[in-house]
Ligand binder design. Structure first.
Ligand code: GLU
Length: 459
């Protein structure tokens, strides 16, 4: 069976860099094993799920270079979920419960005070048909729990029942099914909680590896039991550490600034986002990878650390700069055009090659394009002696073609006349030409400006 992974977001908001970590781990695993990647929308929460979020998630993944082989929606698979419920009911593994949350909380406290583990005591299993009818007559609707296989014959006498799996990220894991409550699979209103649809869909879609955040580790034991109760072999699992904000809070779909959409709109490169999303919180060095394929050839899921990793947006800037400094014109031109650079101008490619070393994000180039083609915004910093010096120096611009050697020859002449050197020699000229005290090499800018462009900037 080919390796089949899935990324299963709920389309209830825009995904962020932490969600994308999960998507990329799955994608890299699929690349490493020539496997398939399913994008599955966990959209059974119809009140909060929206198609526009699903569309945005699909677009975000494409932008990052993740191309799903299959797209599935849980909301369209209700028949399969209902059939699984029937199977479990027939087998006596799904039972109705009528407790309110206050009743459950009271019992939990009693158990704790008796030094018993605060798990559900399966009281509902003792209800007679008459008692159930009485609850229903009162207007109570049942929620349904899955009977965990943690006993031999008598469900009120549980015994330690270890479930093991070889986690592809964390190594050997063990949970004890007797230490947990029978999970609720169906709510009072008849809707499904995440567990049952997820397991049913993983079975039907042929998922071989479930790779997800480590907030799901404790669910895995019960899910393995559910796979088995439904006559399936559980897939392999991998649980990676989560990302938090710099101050240690969990990332949330509500923290819009870190959404993939916002990062894209801010002009970040997909590979800087992907490189950081994957490599942060691992033993691998955080560096910009040229492509997901390259990353797949070296990245090992097992290099994840066990604790949460702090996401620092400043690191994203560092990676982005590394990528932009090497980015070929062909890869940037569409976005340069969108940002206002005339990419049909014969100088555009040379301009990009000069300017990319001085910017953080591709759209930043537009400002330099404006400085080059329209003129500096501000020469005001030039005053006094510097202004006099710059004016005089403009008369010394060498004759002939403006090329890579012009700046050297120009400053030699300006130095000889003014006696200035170093910063005092070149800074007034830089400011006159660009309105800035830093930026691309002036030697490289001069051929782009041409004689006319240079002389037009005479202060
Ligand atoms: N929809 C679930 C979530 O976002 C998926 C968890 C899983 O991968 O099983 O948490």
């Amino acid at each position: 069976m080919p390796v089949t992974v899935r990324f299963a977001p709920s389309p209830t908001g825009n995904i962020h860099i932490g969600n994308v970590r999960t998507a990329l781990f799955n994608w890299l695993y699929a690349l490493q094993h020539e496997g398939r990647f399913i994008l599955r929308f966990d959209d059974t929460d119809t009140a909060r799920s929206r198609q526009e979020y699903a569309d945005q998630i699909a677009a975000d993944l494409e932008w990052l270079g993740v191309h799903p082989h299959v797209v599935a929606y849980q909301s369209k698979r209700g028949t399969a979920h209902d059939a699984a419920v029937e199977t479990l009911k027939q087998a006596g593994l799904l039972y109705p419960c009528y407790e309110t949350s206050e009743e459950l909380e009271r019992r939990r406290k009693i158990r704790l005070s008796r030094k018993l583990p605060p798990v559900y005591g399966r009281e509902a299993l003792k209800l007679t048909d008459a008692e159930k009818s009485a609850f229903e007559a009162e207007g109570r609707k049942p929620h349904w729990r899955f009977l965990l296989p943690n006993f031999d014959g008598d469900p009120f006498s549980t015994r330690r029942t270890e479930v093991h799996w070889d986690d592809v990220v964390r190594g050997r894991q063990t949970v004890d099914l007797a230490s947990m409550s029978d999970p609720v699979l169906i709510r009072e209103d008849g809707t499904y909680l995440y567990t049952l649809p997820s397991v049913v869909d993983d079975i039907d879609l042929g998922v071989t590896h479930v790779i997800r955040g480590d907030d799901h580790v404790t669910n895995t034991g019960a899910q393995i039991a559910l796979f088995e109760a439904l006559g399936a072999t559980a897939p392999a699992f991998g649980h990676h550490n989560l990302l938090t904000t710099a101050s240690g809070e969990g990332l949330s779909k509500r923290s819009g600034a870190l959404s993939i959409k916002a990062l894209q709109e801010d002009g970040y490169e997909p590979m800087s986002v992907a490189s950081l999303a994957v490599l942060i919180g691992t033993s691998a060095a955080v560096a910009a990878a040229p492509s997901l394929e390259t990353m797949a050839s070296t990245f090992d899921l097992a290099s994840c650390s066990k604790s949460a990793a702090k996401f620092d947006p400043a690191e994203l800037d560092v990676l982005n700069r590394q990528i932009v400094h090497e980015l070929p014109f062909s890869a940037a031109s569409e976005r340069l055009a969108a940002a206002g650079v005339d990419t049909a101008d014969p100088r555009a490619e040379a301009f990009w090659t000069v300017v990319r070393a001085n910017i953080e994000k591709v759209p930043d180039a537009a400002e330099w394009w404006r400085i080059l083609t329209v003129g500096p915004d501000d020469q005001a910093a030039l005053e006094g002696d510097d202004l006099d010096y710059a004016r005089a120096a403009f008369d010394l611009l060498p004759e002939g073609e403006i090329d890579a050697s012009t700046w050297g020859a120009w400053t030699v002449a300006a130095k000889a006349q003014s006696g200035r050197k170093g910063r005092a020699l070149f800074m007034p000229l830089r400011i006159a030409l660009t309105g800035r005290s830093s930026g691309p090499e002036i030697a490289d800018l001069l051929p782009l400006l041409g004689r006319e462009g240079i002389l037009a900037r005479r202060p």
